[in-house]
Write a protein that binds this ligand. Structure first.
Ligand SMILES: N[C@@H](CCC(=O)N[C@@H](CS)C(=O)NCC(=O)O)C(=O)O
Length: 221
């Protein structure tokens, strides 16, 4: 049995949760509070003191990218072709840089300043606008409909879906659905992806007050 342990938010675990869902294997989604996280840390259960981790039959793996590649392989979403796999990794690395420019806003203490900083990131020509525009082009231009031009869905499609739309759930002050609806190609990508049966089914019981509402069909329509 595989078990992912993380907080209840989508965060760094959602892409792997979705991969496990696609894999068809039996798995457990364990969500923890901050106090439970601290306990895991104090008990030495976390290889690098951070979440997420995945418990596998052979032991624990930490680091979200490693977990994504592991669960993506279980789901058959790691391309076998070396070039295609490297392309997928290339785009994953680029995406990591995109979200990296968002991270410093977490340490802004004044709420108005935090909101202003986040809104600015999405203004024309600013880093997150550049990111959303680049992702829009990849969605528009992908031959087979998959972001890295793979013949079937890869882990980069999963990561693009979960890590883009989770930004607009309302959990991050300053960002809401009005920000993302400025990018129609991303809304098209959302509509297509959220209606894939496995995805639709996985989120079917999600309630409005859960951050995962953004992954349901029509979330932004
Ligand atoms: N590079 C790690 C980063 C993990 C990380 O920063 N996890 C955060 C939650 S998103 C955490 O465990 N925070 C607890 C803390 O800061 O003490 C990864 O990709 O898994």
């Amino acid at each position: 049995m595989h078990e992912i342990i993380y907080f209840s938010s989508p965060g760094l675990a959602e892409s792997s949760r979705l991969c496990l869902e696609f894999s068809g294997i039996s798995w457990k989604n364990t969500t923890v509070t901050w106090d439970e996280y601290m306990l895991l840390k104090e008990n030495g259960d976390l290889p690098w003191n951070l979440l997420p981790i995945i418990k596998t039959p052979q032991g624990i793996i930490a680091e979200s990218s490693a977990i994504l590649r592991y669960t993506g392989t279980l789901a058959g979403m790691e391309p076998e072709d070396l070039f295609q796999r490297a392309k997928v990794d290339e785009i994953l690395d680029v995406m990591k840089g995109w979200w990296g420019c968002f991270t410093p806003t977490f340490s802004i203490e004044d709420l108005d300043d935090k909101i202003a900083a986040r809104k600015k990131l999405f203004e024309l020509g600013e880093p997150m606008d550049i990111a959303m525009t680049a992702l829009s082009s990849m969605c528009r231009e992908s031959g087979e409909g998959w972001i890295a031009n793979t013949p079937s869905m890869s882990i980069v499609d999963i990561k693009a879906f979960t890590e883009t739309f989770m930004l607009f759930s309302g959990q991050f002050d300053g960002l809401d659905s009005n920000t993302i609806t400025k990018y129609p190609d991303l809304i098209k990508f959302h509509t297509r992806f959220s209606n894939i049966p496995e995805v639709k089914n996985y989120y079917s019981d999600v309630k409005e007050d859960q951050d995962q509402w953004v992954f349901k069909p029509n979330a932004f329509n």
